[in-house]
Design a binder for this molecule. Structure first.
Ligand code: ZN
Length: 71
């Protein structure tokens, strides 16, 4: 179910997280070794962003809340 809403969401396990990223949801850093998500728009695969797990779910509810709860 990674393809809802035209994006692919891949989980990044702690051992795969070897760099520091900035989460677009909270502007905070995602430290190496932190489980997080990489979100890749299907239409722009070079626009992949790394999100905290919790921030992405907040974003989903904020942006797609109505549709998401109906699915
Ligand atoms: Zn965040």
């Amino acid at each position: 179910m990674g393809d809802l809403f035209g994006v692919t969401v891949n989980p990044i396990q702690p051992y795969q997280a070897t760099k520091t990223y900035v989460c677009p949801g909270c502007e905070g850093t995602i430290e190496p070794g932190t489980f997080h998500l990489v979100v890749i728009p299907d239409e722009a695969i070079d626009m992949r962003r790394h999100w905290h797990h919790g921030c992405w779910h907040k974003e989903l509810r904020r942006t797609y809340g109505a549709q998401a709860s109906r699915r």
